[in-house]
Design a protein around this ligand. Structure first.
Ligand SMILES: [Zn+2]
Length: 83
């Protein structure tokens, strides 16, 4: 179905998407450029060279979302109840 869409956005890169629509290697390259200020995720997204972090690629798991500030009552709640 959408198998082709699950590969890296880099031209002719057959690798599986890891993050932001890019494979691990290409995401690493983009991240370095963003960190340097050479480009931004926004400009890459506008150019179709990356995807917003919430779309495509692997979705953040529960523990990743927790680190990103999402609250999970079942995690924060005391395990043994209010005794
Ligand atoms: Zn790639």
């Amino acid at each position: 179905m959408e198998a082709l869409l699950e590969t890296c956005l880099f031209p002719e890169c057959p690798k599986k998407r890891d993050s932001r629509g890019l494979c691990h290697a290409h995401y690493g390259v983009a991240r370095v450029l963003v960190k340097r200020g050479t480009c931004s995720w926004e400009s890459l997204e506008a150019a179709g060279k990356s995807l917003p972090i919430s779309k495509g690629g692997s979705r953040p798991g529960k523990s990743q979302r927790w680190f990103m500030g999402e609250a999970f009552p079942e995690i924060d709640a005391p395990i043994d109840g209010p005794f």
